[in-house]
Design a protein. Sequence first.
Length: 117
Amino acid sequence: MSIDEYNPVRATRNAMRERHDRGLLGDLIAVLEEHPAGLRRWSVMRAMRKRRERAGCEITPKFEGEIERVFRKYCVDEAPRENETRPFCRPKDKPGEVWAVDRARLDRFFEAACEAA
């Protein structure tokens, strides 16, 4: 039994955060897919803000931090494992803070998500 089974408030908060993160993840994938070479972090934040505003979503004061957290959670680390499914990366051939999506990993990410569902 997990601690959330004893604390329904925490379980509800975690479920809400997970739904929110999935929305940000979908938007982040869409933004980065439009730019196969990647985007600088600042440009990602601007594109995400515009996307959310067009959709009528609230832009919280912690919006950039939330995006950063989701990116890091789904970003492959320096030593990727075989069959890595985390779709985001930081291209090593690009100077500065560039974020990108790796198409092959993204396909595996979606396949893994479908299998889990």
